[in-house]
Design a protein around this ligand. Structure first.
Ligand SMILES: [Zn+2]
Length: 444
């Protein structure tokens, strides 16, 4: 049946060249937290980097040796609004430095912020997707600190009353990492603005300030310290990215800094109730790097414990170095920073109504977790379930073949042929493309 169907299909040369490979591939070759761009481009098998599996295995072994790790994540999500959070400057990535700025986002005296309603809408969408309790009344606060990329001398954020709190996120661990379902707590979601960016000269003798990013809306999502390994943390981050993309609130691109994860890692002997000293790791630009950085840090801390040098684990910020596959000290923390938060006097409280939240809830798309459970119930293998739910543009239509085999869109279906062939008798047809295009095909 498969061959009969494919004979009538126009297939790109590249795919035809890989035909035998596609037909015989039993398992899709992509690592689970492959990004959307990678998943579309890749037709060659791409093995999961050995080091991740090795590191995960080592982390598990160390646990057996009497220690457990405790990991929490703070995620910053840049929102894809047309304008910035509190002024009408365009929110564009990659513009000429200091070309999308105005007196408000540059912090000139006498300027007044005006909240972009779209920011609240995105925050509510994300909070609902994270199963949070939404505050009907929340407020903004000033977080005060000095840094050259922050001309106001404070960041508008939310402190004691965030827009949402007490949620959770369900993820499925890929089969190659042991599989299973996990639920991680979400402490809070709050709205804030981004700071500018420093551009350091190659010589290191001077730096320049680009304020295009100042005032760009962010959601900060703080997790409970519920993860126990690098892979769990990476999966949590990947699921946040999926939600951001499914909901259309941002592009979730880590390489642009649109999705940034700071992780806190500590270890403690099993049975000890208090947490060990936590170390923060920054500068990871992929989920794979997050996984490796955490597992390295867990090993480093356990080793210090075993050598009776636990006092050398200090509260600090470490950076991940991709070339040496190690973390190194960026700065030591000398006690908790006191930001002297106080209520932002120039912005009113954010008051929501039940109708407003219901309206947003009713327009929410099917989210990855619901999709995974639906695909599982259809009878797909867990591996295919996870892979298919990765991408918000992949939609399983159902159990019948839709009637547009000859048109161009079918070539796109064929792009995902390794999985298509896994399904006995092509019971499931799925489609890669825009929703509008999909609908036109179904009608066709
Ligand atoms: Zn502005």
């Amino acid at each position: 049946m498969a061959l009969t169907l494919l004979r009538g299909i126009r297939t790109p040369t590249l795919l035809r060249a890989n035909f035998s490979l596609l037909c015989t591939t039993q398992r899709h070759p992509l690592a689970h937290f492959t990004t959307r761009a990678e998943s579309v481009q890749t037709t060659e098998p791409k093995a999961v980097p050995k080091s991740i599996q090795q590191a995960t295995k080592e982390a598990a072994e160390q646990k057996i040796q009497g220690f457990e790790s405790v990991i929490g994540i703070e995620t910053h999500v840049q929102l894809s609004t047309i304008t910035k959070a509190f002024c009408s400057c365009p929110n564009n990535y990659g513009s000429q430095p200091n070309s999308t700025v105005c007196p408000t986002c540059m912090g000139h005296p006498g300027t007044l912020p005006v909240l972009n309603a779209k920011v609240v809408e995105c925050a509510v969408k994300m909070s609902l997707a994270l199963n949070c309790k939404i505050s009907m009344t929340s407020k903004f606060d000033r977080k005060q600190y000095f840094y050259p990329d922050l001309p106001k001398g404070y960041q508008i954020s939310q402190f004691d009353i965030p827009i949402a709190e007490k949620g959770y996120l369900d993820v499925d661990i890929p089969v190659e990492f042991g599989g299973g379902h996990r639920r991680f707590g979400v402490t809070r979601v709050h709205m804030e603005e981004d700071a500018g960016k420093l551009l350091h000269s190659e010589s290191g003798s001077y730096s320049q300030v680009d304020l295009n990013r100042a005032g760009v809306p962010l959601l900060e999502i703080v997790s409970e310290p519920d993860m126990r390994s690098g892979i769990e943390a990476a999966e949590y981050g990947a699921e946040i990215q999926r939600l951001v993309r499914y909901l259309g609130v941002g592009n979730g691109n880590m390489d642009e800094g649109s999705l940034r994860c700071d992780v806190n890692v500590s270890v403690r002997p099993i049975g000890q109730s208090e947490f060990g000293t936590k170390v923060e790791i920054k500068n990871m630009n992929s989920f794979s790097a997050i996984s490796r950085a955490i597992d390295y840090e867990i090993s480093r801390q356990i080793l210090l414990y075993k050598e009776s040098q636990a006092d050398q684990i200090v509260q600090e910020t470490r950076l991940w170095d991709e070339s040496s596959q190690k973390t190194f000290t960026m700065r030591k923390k000398e006690g908790l920073a006191d930001y002297r938060y106080f209520p932002e006097p120039d912005l009113p409280e954010v008051v929501l109504t039940g109708e407003y939240i219901d309206e947003i809830r009713n327009l929410m798309p099917e989210l990855p977790e619901a999709k995974r459970r639906r695909y599982e119930n259809i009878g797909l293998s867990m591996q295919d379930v996870i892979f298919l739910a990765n991408d918000d543009k992949v939609i399983i239509l159902g159990t019948s073949i839709f009637p547009c085999h000859g048109c161009a869109c079918f070539a796109e279906v064929y792009l995902e042929a390794p999985i298509l062939f896994n399904q006995a008798c092509l019971r499931f047809i799925y489609f890669v493309g825009s929703h509008d295009h999909l609908m036109s095909c179904v009608i066709h």
